[in-house]
Design a protein around this ligand. Structure first.
Ligand SMILES: Nc1nc2c(ncn2[C@@H]2O[C@H](COP(=O)(O)O[C@H]3[C@@H](O)[C@H](n4cnc5c(=O)[nH]c(N)nc54)O[C@@H]3COP(=O)(O)O)[C@@H](O)[C@H]2O)c(=O)[nH]1
Length: 731
């Protein structure tokens, strides 16, 4: 028997009533519970109560009246907030997911009012969530004690309590059977309609999987395939066979929507289950529905695996080669987002039809979901045959499609694997084809790529680096350095740019150029970026307190932060308030490529930030699209000339021409101009002569560590004035 079960047994009914009353201030419920004499079992009542409390509730071991030891019980809201399922949380040391204040208050017993204090939850993805913990101590009679805690999220960005309650209430009363699951399909929360349909109580459901099978019960990995497909494509729809608790088997229509991870939160899924009435649909029709993509009519992921399995077995028997082509459309999301889903659907149907038209009857063309298609050629004489097919597909797809007045051009990236060289089983063949497709994308899209084993080494290296990056963040190995920007008119430091570094115990300082792209890809950029923002604002406040009253801090925002972090503005407002800084103390540097990634989305966020009073700089200007059409629309204050153009100054005529036109353009638009990467006195003269507002570069100062920063900034200011006025005079 586990600790948790052991301790549950020892709860007294009166204790439970008191816990509820203490934590939820619901004295009438407590009174009612005290009066109940025929409670079926204390354990089930306790479980029900834990499920009823809308806030995250946790029961942990205790030592000398403090929260210490493993977690014994956690309710669904706690699992949801922390990103773990119940089985994972039970038994986990509480200090892994709760950070207590340095001096936590004494935790009183049940007969007293609960202790209420600020603490932090650390989610599975290392996101820190500030919470208000209400705790009381429950003595088990012997020398054992437990702590019962209820958390309220104290983050400013959260909705009001009423809104949260309303959402929970609405979810529970939705007429459709619905479950929130983790990314693997483990249930975290269900509603009343779900209980009615499946016969599974919330207590039975949470922590387990849906009892779903393929309609013909043949595919044992059906559940896994469905959740994988939803994760890859954003959603999955199809028929399934539900094994119910009470009534046996039933056909249902399953719709799984994937809610992506934000880097600070794990991915979740929303599964809705609807009746598929057997009387109206024949079993054959249901089986067909379960195996075909409703949009294109092509075999879906389930049938594709089935066919690939058969083809591989046949190729083994006949000792022939087989080819798998994994195809992903290029920039499909942009088409969907900009022209709407009906245009997107039309494109997918066209792709399906075109693929079918260039394959033979014995080949399998299937849609795995989203914009992913796979082609299996069951027999080829040599790999070159598959290469020819890949070329034909690329050519065929690139023919223009006219739809509702839009002239659309499609392209795809294709990864190729050959059986038996690149894999002896369906899973390996498809995994390696996917890897090769990823390489084709990286190399510029609209191309194909044959798999090579070296791709694995690259991926493994990337995974190791990603895991090190996460560990490094947990172990606080990151530091922020600051590089001053000098006002050319006064020689004073008007601003400083915060630049993050990874100080690895084994390798020393690692440049952000190496780890920021990986942090972006893995989603770690969100918590890391927030940490940089907080550190930089705290440092700026300290410097302002030490006499640099108008100092501004520039902080780099990555693409992901700008475009996908929906709480960016509220998070910035929170940090500024916390650090007691006015918004004018903050300048955000956005790269041209980040902004161009999604122009409309970026402009929306930029407008919000500008309205808050935060200034915006366009970084690396000139290295990307440099579209004047867009530049005019961007709500920015500063244009930063990229150091790649500064490098050749003042001798390289192209650099001179580019930099002078950037400066005149910025002037015409009323923007401030900053030059970065200024290293030589000649470059400085050039910018003085061309009346640039500020410069940043090694000529005055390299990035500085935080200790003695005020002193170092003043020293660099003295040096700048000497060099500047010297440079001015010799001009
Ligand atoms: N999203 C985030 N990106 C960040 C963050 N911190 C840094 N970065 C980006 O990483 C890139 C590389 O930065 P770094 O190695 O820190 O290089 C900066 C300066 O050290 C360098 N610099 C400055 N002066 C000179 C010089 O005279 N010569 C020379 N060779 N290099 C110089 O330039 C980099 C600053 O570039 P920019 O941001 O374009 O102004 C870089 O792209 C950073 O943006 C972060 O926290 N988040």
């Amino acid at each position: 028997m586990s600790d948790a079960q052991d301790s549950d047994k020892k709860f007294k009914d009166q204790d439970i009533a008191e816990i509820v009353a203490n934590l939820t201030d619901n004295s009438s419920l407590a009174a009612e519970l005290e009066g109940v004499t025929s409670i079926p079992s204390t354990n089930s009542l306790f479980q029900a109560l834990m499920g009823l409390v809308g806030h995250p509730c946790i029961i942990s071991s205790s030592h000398e009246g403090a929260i210490r030891g493993p977690c014994l019980e956690a309710n669904p809201p706690a699992c949801l907030l922390l990103g773990y399922n119940k089985n994972e949380l039970t038994g986990m040391e509480t200090n892994r997911f709760i950070r207590l204040p340095q001096k936590p208050p004494r935790i009183p017993t049940l007969s007293e009012s609960p202790a209420v204090f600020a603490a932090e939850f650390v989610t599975r993805n290392q996101e820190i969530i500030p919470v208000r913990l209400s705790c009381c101590l429950l003595s088990l009679g012997t020398d054992r004690e437990l702590v019962v805690m209820m958390a309220e999220n104290s983050g400013a960005s959260l909705n009001t309590e009423r809104e949260r309650n309303l959402q929970a209430w609405a979810f529970d009363r939705l007429g459709v059977a619905t479950a929130v699951t983790d990314h693997r399909g483990l249930i975290l929360k269900t509603n009343q309609a779900f209980t009615q349909m499946t016969g599974m109580s919330p207590h039975q459901a949470v922590g387990s999987s849906l009892n779903l099978h393929s309609p013909d019960s043949t595919d044992h990995n059906y559940y896994k395939h469905v959740w994988e497909a939803a994760a890859r494509s954003g959603s999955w729809q199809g028929a399934a066979l539900l094994h119910e608790m009470v009534e046996g088997e039933r056909f249902i229509w399953l719709d799984v929507e994937h809610f992506p991870s934000t880097g600070s939160q794990n991915a979740h899924c929303l599964a809705t289950l609807k009746e598929l009435e057997g009387s109206r649909l024949s079993k054959n029709k249901i089986i067909h529905l379960a195996h075909h993509d409703p949009l294109t009519g092509l075999p879906n992921r389930v049938l594709f695996y089935e066919r690939l399995k058969q083809s591989v077995a046949q190729a083994k028997r006949r000792k022939v080669q087989l080819a798998v082509l994994f195809l992903d459309l290029d920039n499909f999301k942009t088409i969907n987002d900009s022209l709407g889903h009906s245009v997107g659907d039309k494109m997918l149907k066209t792709v399906g039809a075109r693929l079918l038209s260039c394959m033979r009857a014995e080949d399998t063309v299937s849609r795995l979901g989203g914009d992913e298609f796979v082609v299996v050629i069951p027999e080829i004489a040599e790999p070159e045959d598959a290469v020819k097919v890949a070329r034909r597909i690329i050519q065929m797809l690139s023919r223009t499609i006219i739809y509702e007045g839009h002239e659309l051009t499609l392209s795809a990236s294709i990864g190729l694997t050959i059986f038996p060289t690149d894999g002896g089983d369906p899973e390996t063949l498809i995994k390696n084809a996917d890897l090769a497709m990823y390489q084709a994308k990286k190399q510029g899209k609209r191309r194909f790529q044959l798999f090579s084993p070296a791709m694995h080494t690259n991926v493994t290296r990337r995974l190791i680096m990603e895991s090190n990056l996460r560990k490094g963040f947990q172990n606080q190995e990151f530091v922020v350095m600051y590089q001053p920007k000098f006002d050319l008119a006064t020689g004073k430091v008007g601003a400083m740019e915060a630049l993050v570094r990874w100080d690895r115990p084994d390798l020393g300082m690692v440049s952000p150029a190496e780890f920021i792209p990986l942090a972006e890809e893995s989603g770690l950029i969100v918590p890391l970026g927030e940490w940089v923002l907080r550190q930089a604002c705290l440092t700026t406040k300290e410097l302002r307190n030490q006499g640099m009253e108008d100092l501004v801090v520039s902080i780099n925002l990555s693409t992901r932060q700008l475009l996908w972090q929906h709480d960016l503005a509220s998070m910035l407002a929170e940090i500024l308030t916390e650090c007691e800084l006015p918004p004018s103390a903050l300048d955000l540097e956005l790269t041209e490529s980040a902004v161009m990634h999604n122009v409309e989305g970026a402009i929306g966020t930029m407008d919000d930030l500008r309205q808050m009073g935060i200034s915006l700089s366009l970084d690396d200007f000139g290295t990307g699209y440099s579209s004047l059409k867009y530049l005019k629309r961007f709500p920015i204050d500063v244009l930063k000339i990229d150091r790649s153009f500064v490098k050749g100054l003042p001798d390289d005529p192209s650099d001179v021409a580019i930099v002078i036109s950037i400066i005149s353009m910025a002037r015409a638009m009323g923007l401030k101009v900053i030059a970065e990467g200024v290293e030589t006195i000649d470059q400085l003269r050039f910018f003085l002569h061309n009346e640039v507002d500020e410069v940043q570069g090694f000529i005055f100062s390299r990035p500085l560590v935080k200790s003695r920063l005020a002193h170092a900034l003043r020293e660099s200011e003295d040096l700048a004035r000497k060099i500047l006025f010297g440079a001015n005079q010799s001009n």
